[in-house]
Design a protein around this ligand. Structure first.
Ligand code: SAM
Length: 276
């Protein structure tokens, strides 16, 4: 038995024949010390519900419950994992709700009665679309109070990159306009079964109460797509696809028309979006 009174994860995998499927982005964490570390970074949980995407055999789920999450709602697409998750639910009565389904399709607001904390070792094939959906769909403030998520390191760097850094781009702008975003720590490939091709990182995003300045998300996406679509070009050139006279707009906002998109802060892009 492990410290939490449940069987070691390797035994769980064997008992339930949970061989990893690549198509579902399955790279499992078996080290309960590591999953406890992720859960502690996401906490404290206080009275908030924790939403977990892709619990799989339940390594992170168990850590969240052991670290004091009052209630975990876990959405898993692979029905093979459901019996293993039912054992965890029985071990923590009334604290784990498992939903079989696609995390991209869930109506979270209908499911929750208050802001939730999202914690997940995300399936890499849908990690970025999930994040962008959470940041762009629906009203703001959103239905979550924090996001503590595992991404491929390169994606984590893009989320948290600052202007003038190589990784800075559209994902950095939307993430940082909406949230305070920081990379917490790296997780070596060898921590996963099977090991993915690259290093992973845990990122934490905390939504801003108000995104300054407030603009339409669709317009923000249009200006960042224009700016970073031609990232080596000066703004007066790259923004031609969205403004008839980009130079006049940039001058009005006190922005250098000869600068490149990678030098603008998220708030500068939002100011440009307001001019559309
Ligand atoms: N949380 C487990 C862990 O840390 O060991 C598993 C993480 S694994 C990287 C990703 C999990 O997401 C898998 O269990 C996979 O079946 C699940 N998954 C993949 N696509 C999904 C989707 N669209 N909706 C919900 N879960 C999904």
């Amino acid at each position: 038995m492990s410290d939490d009174g449940l069987p070691p994860l390797r035994e769980v995998i064997e008992a339930h024949q949970l061989g990893a499927k690549k198509a579902l982005g399955q790279n499992f964490l078996f080290d309960l010390n590591l999953t406890r570390r992720i859960a502690r970074a996401a906490g404290p949980f206080e009275n908030r519900t924790v939403v977990e995407i892709g619990p799989g055999p339940g390594g992170l789920t168990r850590a969240l419950l052991a670290e004091g999450a009052k209630k975990v709602i876990a959405v898993e697409r692979d029905r093979r994992a459901l019996p293993a998750l039912a054992e965890i639910a029985a071990h923590y009565p009334g604290r784990l709700q498992v939903i079989e389904g696609d995390a991209l399709e869930i109506d979270w607001r209908a499911l929750l009665d208050g802001p939730a904390q999202i914690v997940a070792n995300l399936p890499y094939n849908i990690a970025t679309p999930l994040l962008i959906g959470w940041l762009t769909d629906g009203p703001w403030p959103p239905w979550f109070s924090s996001l503590t998520l595992m991404f491929q390191k390169e994606v984590a760097q893009r989320i948290a990159a600052k202007p003038d850094e190589e990784a800075y781009g559209r994902l950095s702008v939307i993430s940082q306009w909406r949230c305070e975003a920081k990379k917490l720590f790296d997780v070596n490939r060898s921590a996963f079964t099977p090991p993915p091709k690259v290093t992973s990182s845990i990122v934490q995003l905390v939504p801003r109460a108000v995104c300054e300045p407030t603009c339409e998300v669709g317009k923000l996406e249009r200006v960042t797509a224009a700016g970073f679509g031609q990232r080596r070009k000066m703004l007066r050139q790259s923004l031609k696809s969205v403004f008839a006279e980009p130079e006049a707009v940039l001058a009005k906002l006190g922005l250098d028309p000869t600068a490149r998109a990678e030098t603008l802060r998220a708030a500068d892009f939002a100011r440009l979006a307001l001019e559309l």
